[in-house]
Design a protein around this ligand. Structure first.
Ligand code: TXA
Ligand code: MG
Length: 333
């Protein structure tokens, strides 16, 4: 993908607790401008979801294909109901259990939401985020915010303000810095428009947790051809660092086959012979691993890594979203 040469903004980074920062963010959003904001999952690139002109700026800044719809962020079930044409009982049950939090519902869209948000489709994804800063900005605005992850299209989502600046600096007026995101990977996207609720994108809220609240839940399999994708987030090539990423089942064997400039992400310590600056040890519990994964991928990019070897992950439900992200970011060896 080519980077746009024009950089219309000198991007300001405001600590979230700076006096007037939230008002400044809400003011820009009210004028149809973009602001990058932290959520509990990843940083989002927000715009007034009701405004086609504001939302068009998101697609331009990200280099996002027009066919990939955006998630609309709301501060309450009431605001969500204004964005959708139907609110099934499963939505009420799940919102009761998981909102505010990292779960997005796909539902029939209301007229309030312009076609550009939904990529021309009849459905809209809605999510009520838990991050206090995002919630304060939503409350100040009083309108829903369309916000995809604040990265260039198909690249790794940002979990720190500096990741946003690396990718979108010069293309947006303001980033609110709220520190590192607590969850670290994107929300679970659940389609509630069919007979059986279906996970379109796995996230920290797992299949088992959803089933415990509403019973039967299916998991969408990414189809082979791009045309028939229900959710373009299922595109196989996604969430990629600039380096070539290889997930390997047998780490010890893989280490013997790569050159010593290879970066490694593993849940175990480096062998004595491996350069410690190229070994990125991540925690052995899924939520902790999720919190650090994208930051580590961004760090590898900054260090100019050409190849990243990642130790394959456990096959249990709680690791499903992380397996999904790694498999999309790389190739299974
Ligand atoms: O955690 C998150 O969800 C973050 C934060 C910022 O809230 N947002 C995020 O947005 O990851 P984005 O645009 O990077 O990913 C949105 C995902 C994509 O996979 C998109 O295809 C899917 O949601 N999506 C959005 N609207 C949809 C719709 N109407 N039908 C099916 N999939 C939809
Ligand atoms: Mg994204």
């Amino acid at each position: 993908m080519t980077e746009p040469s024009e950089q219309p903004f000198s991007t300001e980074i405001q600590p979230a607790d700076a006096p007037g920062a939230l008002g400044q963010a809400a003011g820009l959003l009210g004028q149809g401008q973009l602001v990058a904001l932290p959520t509990e999952t990843v940083y989002g690139l927000a715009a007034d979801a009701r405004s086609p002109g504001a939302v068009a700026r998101i697609f331009k800044a990200k280099g996002r294909p027009a066919g990939n719809p955006l998630i609309v962020h709301v501060d309450s079930v009431e605001m969500a109901k204004g964005c959708v044409a139907a609110w099934p009982s499963a939505a009420s049950q799940l919102a009761g259990a998981f909102w505010p939090g990292p779960l997005s519902f796909v539902l029939p869209k209301a007229d309030l939401i312009p076609d550009i948000v939904t990529a021309g489709g009849p459905t809209v994804a809605v999510r009520c985020p838990a991050h206090p800063l995002m919630r304060s900005v939503l409350a100040k605005c009083g309108f829903p915010l369309a916000a995809p992850s604040a990265n260039r299209s198909s690249r790794v989502s940002p979990t720190r303000a500096e990741h946003v600046v690396d990718q979108l600096g010069g293309h947006i007026p303001l980033v609110l810095d709220g520190g590192a995101c607590d969850i670290g990977i994107e929300s679970t996207v659940l389609d509630l428009t069919g007979d059986t609720p279906t996970i379109l994108r796995p996230g920290i809220i797992s299949l088992g947790q959803l089933q415990a609240v509403i019973g039967s839940v299916a998991v969408a399999k990414p189809p082979a051809g791009d045309e028939s994708l229900k959710s373009p987030g299922q595109l196989q090539q996604h969430y990629s660092p600039q380096a070539k990423l290889v997930v390997c089942g047998d780490l010890a064997a893989a280490l013997g086959q790569v050159d010593e400039a290879t970066h490694v992400i593993a849940r175990e310590p480096a062998p004595a012979t491996w350069p410690s600056e190229l070994w990125h040890r991540l925690p052995d519990a899924a939520p902790d691993f999720a919190r650090e994964l994208y930051d580590t991928l961004h760090r590898c990019d900054r260090l100019g890594a050409e190849t990243i070897l990642v130790q394959s992950l456990p096959s249990t439900d709680e690791w499903a979203a992380l397996r999904d992200r790694l498999n999309r970011a790389g190739a299974v060896a």
